[in-house]
Design a protein around this ligand. Structure first.
Ligand SMILES: *Cc1c(COP(=O)(O)O)cnc(C)c1O
Length: 389
């Protein structure tokens, strides 16, 4: 097991590779085994040992250890069957009859789940511009409305890439007795460690960067608070949204290369965003790493790197954007993000996407291919889809 000293001195790139491995004993495997069992030998009053695989099972533990340590948590993460399963469990930490304050551009299913949950319990969801620190603080305890019990943060948001001042809004929430949750899927624990910035809980769609290969759907929740973790564990056990052993194993395998993938895709994203900003067939490009991004300075201060998502509005509107998704050869037209393969999508093709997201906005998830191949493909697709006037 890890010593306290290792815990504080190893860099994230090392933790991603080293965490959750079997002890270095002669003849031990270097990788943890996949244990396929639904139940465990047991008699009498059960102790802390394994009992039944919906409660706990060995194959989750190395991944939970690795994700917990990457987020600088005092406790291992909890893995769930999907990002949404983790989010659903964490949203239930909201007290009945209270408000959940959430970004208006949060992940769509998160907003749906929050509205459903709050609606059933006589509470409310207050949607805010998460980049507007004063507006967030004001939404925590507005006069004459239900008090908030959870502040939900996504930063950067999906797909508008608004960047929150996580330390500032988490401090405001703490002062108001409100729990802060950060969906850290976009930034990854390499780009942002919200628990060290005052958040109480971090959630991940492990499906995206952590697993990184678009071959598994999985989620995780992380906290340093034993009571919160016990409540989330109880919810997982009762709700039954548990990870399969193969999925947990695949995600850990993918996680080993997280640092390499994130470094490459972030560098390529910044390069592509910079070139796109000067492209004659591009009307608008956003990326937190561009000096023109409204929260560029904040992102530079509170994040390590700027992530690998770019938004692009081609000249020629939604039609041109759709044509571009048909014209690309290397980029994969698909929803989702965070895989080794670069992908893109016009978000408003989804009927449920927020009306404040422009019709012609493409979300680009930059992968790890050669950046010149990505650029050449985007450039030819722009020319193929936007009639030059
Ligand atoms: C994909 C995603 C989710 C949902 O995760 P699933 O693994 O698809 O259930 C939640 N939040 C963000 C930011 C996401 O990108």
């Amino acid at each position: 097991m890890t010593t306290e000293q290792q815990r504080t001195t190893l860099s994230p790139a090392t933790i991603a590779v080293a965490a959750g491995r079997p002890a270095h004993a002669q003849g031990a495997p270097v990788n943890p085994p996949v244990v396929l069992t639904s139940t465990y030998v047991s008699t009498g009053v059960p102790g802390p040992e394994m009992l039944y695989a919906r409660y706990n099972t060995e194959t989750w533990l190395p991944l939970e250890e690795a994700v917990g340590r990457l987020e600088q948590a005092e406790l291992p993460a909890l893995v769930f069957s999907s990002g949404m399963a983790a989010i659903d469990a964490v949203l239930r930490l909201a007290a009945p009859g209270t408000a959940i304050v959430a970004p208006r551009h949060a992940y769509l299913a998160t907003l749906t789940a929050a509205h459903e949950l709050a609606g059933r319990e006589g509470g409310a969801v207050r949607e805010v511009d998460i980049a507007d620190t004063d507006a967030v603080a004001a939404a925590l305890a507005p006069a004459g409305e239900p008090r908030a019990s959870v502040l939900w943060i996504e930063s950067p948001t999906n797909p508008m890439l608004e960047v929150a001042d996580v330390p500032a809004v988490a401090a405001a929430a703490r002062a108001a007795g409100v729990l802060t949750v950060v969906d850290n899927t976009f930034a990854t624990p390499l780009g942002q460690r919200p628990l060290s910035q005052g958040a109480d809980v971090v959630v991940h769609s492990v499906t995206k960067y952590l697993a990184g290969h678009s071959d598994v759907v999985l989620g995780a929740a992380v906290t340093s608070d034993p009571e919160l973790r016990a409540r989330l564990h109880a919810r997982r056990t009762t709700g039954g949204a548990i990870a399969g052993p193969w999925e947990a194993w695949l995600a850990l395998r993918g996680l080993r290369t997280l640092a390499l993938r994130v470094e490459r895709s972030q560098a390529s994203a910044l390069e592509l965003a910079t070139r796109l900003a000067g492209h004659p067939l591009v009307a608008e490009v956003q990326h937190p790493g561009l000096p023109t991004h409204p929260q560029h300075a904040r992102a530079a201060e509170t994040m390590d790197g700027f992530g690998s998502i770019i938004t692009l509005r081609p000249r020629g509107g939604a039609e041109a954007a759709d044509a571009l998704t048909r014209a690309v050869r290397v980029w994969v037209p698909a929803t989702s993000l965070g895989g080794v393969e670069s992908s893109l999508e016009r978000r408003r093709r989804l009927p449920a996407e927020a009306a404040t997201v422009p019709e012609d906005l493409l979300r680009l998830s930059v992968g790890i291919e050669d950046v010149e191949d990505l650029w050449t493909d985007l450039d030819q697709a722009l020319h193929a889809s936007v009639p030059a006037s």
